[in-house]
Write a protein that binds this ligand. Structure first.
Ligand SMILES: NC(=O)c1ccc[n+]([C@@H]2O[C@H](COP(=O)([O-])OP(=O)(O)OC[C@H]3O[C@@H](n4cnc5c(N)ncnc54)[C@H](O)[C@@H]3O)[C@@H](O)[C@H]2O)c1
Length: 371
């Protein structure tokens, strides 16, 4: 087999970029799509020239499909992933892996029992900006990484989103919404984490929607909107992360990693590109570093391509289930630590995913199978 046949379940907002980028990669083809709303699936199939628009059950019953991309809403991520695995298909999902740790563990357990792979977004850590950052660390530009700071702060989404309630319900909040990008980047750059602690707050228990559709309606906030966390990495490095929907303005960087020989400024982990800056101990100023890797543009789906290559080669994908479960556990860990007044010890282990080889791009992606 030189290519996988892939089906998408969930044809909403984010699906467009997955349909679009699939055409860039020569290791899989999207052969079918499905949605609870069959009309949505039909529309996407027509728009992107996909041979089959199915109900979910029809897609799962199609024996020619090797892998399902699960782009449904977080509340049903685990349910859809389990159905895909039960039907004998590998599954790659949008973030998060699941809402609860128990559901996440179940997905990994069933995949293991069936000898199938689980992959999960985000895959921005495979983009040019974060892979260049990883190479600079691995090549010793900042010496041994000793600390990291990460900031994702804004004032939430009720000012623009037409239906923002879900951001303030359980499973929402800034950590579950944006934490996967930041924490996956940190694990990719610094390795896994052994314990965390945190303080959380619901600063504004009631919020007023100011976007057009529901203007003036109130939201009762059910989940923390300010999470200040501390991480101890297995390597011995320490980190701080703030995710906030309570902040009007700030001038803090996305991610900075500080090492024994210098510092690295890492680009926005929600995007694929740069810029990446380094300032070594004896430098007078920061230097923008050339990007060493491909995929600077929005390449959501790169994780699926890497997963397809890994399956064809008999290896573990970079954006794999163990990594996404570790990230899910981290997000819960900050909240649990605050609720219980103590550190949260991680129970999950994951490998630091290997860097993509330099020189791999959309034109030669199948070469990844040879590395
Ligand atoms: N929209 C974005 O900008 C964005 C960005 C990054 C990640 N994501 C992630 O992508 C996922 C989807 O987000 P979205 O914005 O596309 O949501 P959406 O609501 O626009 O689309 C979700 C689709 O899934 C379908 N669906 C729901 N339950 C289903 C089920 N049980 N079986 C089959 N289909 C089902 C819905 O009918 C809908 O068409 C979420 O996990 C989100 O966190 C979204």
């Amino acid at each position: 087999m030189t290519k996988l046949n892939v089906g998408i379940i969930g044809c909403g907002n984010i699906s467009g970029i997955y349909f679009k980028t699939s055409k860039l990669f020569d290791v899989y083809d999207i052969v079918a799509c499905a949605d609870l709303d069959l009309e949505r699936a039909k529309k996407r199939a027509e728009e992107f020239d996909i041979p089959n628009a199915y109900t979910t059950d029809e897609l799962l019953a199609d024996q020619s499909i090797d892998l399902v991309i699960n782009l449904t809403i977080p509340a049903v991520h685990a349910k859809v992933a389990l159905a895909a695995l039960e039907s004998g298909k590998h599954v790659y999902g949008e973030k998060p892996l699941a809402v609860t740790r128990e559901e996440g563990q179940q997905v990994l357990r069933v995949a293991k029992e069936k000898g199938l792979m689980v992959g999960n977004a985000p895959d921005t850590f495979l983009g040019a900006g974060l892979q260049t950052s990883r190479k600079l660390i691995d090549d010793g530009w900042i010496g041994e990484p000793i600390s990291v700071t990460a900031f994702m702060m804004n004032h939430g989404h009720e000012g623009w989103h037409p239906d923002p309630d879900f951001y303030y319900q359980k499973g929402g909040g800034p950590m579950f919404d944006m934490g996967p990008y930041y924490l996956t980047a940190l694990v990719s750059l610094m390795g896994p984490v052994k314990r965390v602690t945190g303080t959380t707050n619901i600063t504004f228990p009631e919020r007023t929607i100011t976007s057009k559709q529901k203007y003036g309606q109130k939201i009762q906030v059910q989940t923390p909107t300010q999470i200040n966390g501390v991480l101890d990495f297995e390597s011995g490095a320490v980190g701080s992360i703030i995710t906030s929907f309570d902040t009007w303005h700030h001038k803090l960087p996305n991610i900075e990693i500080h090492g024994t020989e210098g510092s690295l400024s890492v680009p926005d982990p929600n995007n694929f590109g740069g810029p990446v800056y380094v300032r070594r101990r004896d430098h007078d100023s920061w230097s923008e570093m050339p990007l060493t890797h491909g995929f600077s543009e929005n390449s959501r789906g790169l994780g699926v391509a890497d997963m397809a290559a890994a399956i064809l080669k008999g290896e573990t994908p970079r954006a794999n289930g163990d990594l996404s479960y570790h990230v899910l556990e981290l997000m819960h860990g900050f909240h649990d630590a605050s609720d219980t007044n103590r550190h949260y010890e991680l129970t999950s282990k994951c490998e630091q995913p290997p860097m993509l080889p330099v020189g791999i791009n959309q034109d030669n992606f199948s070469d990844l199978i040879k590395f």
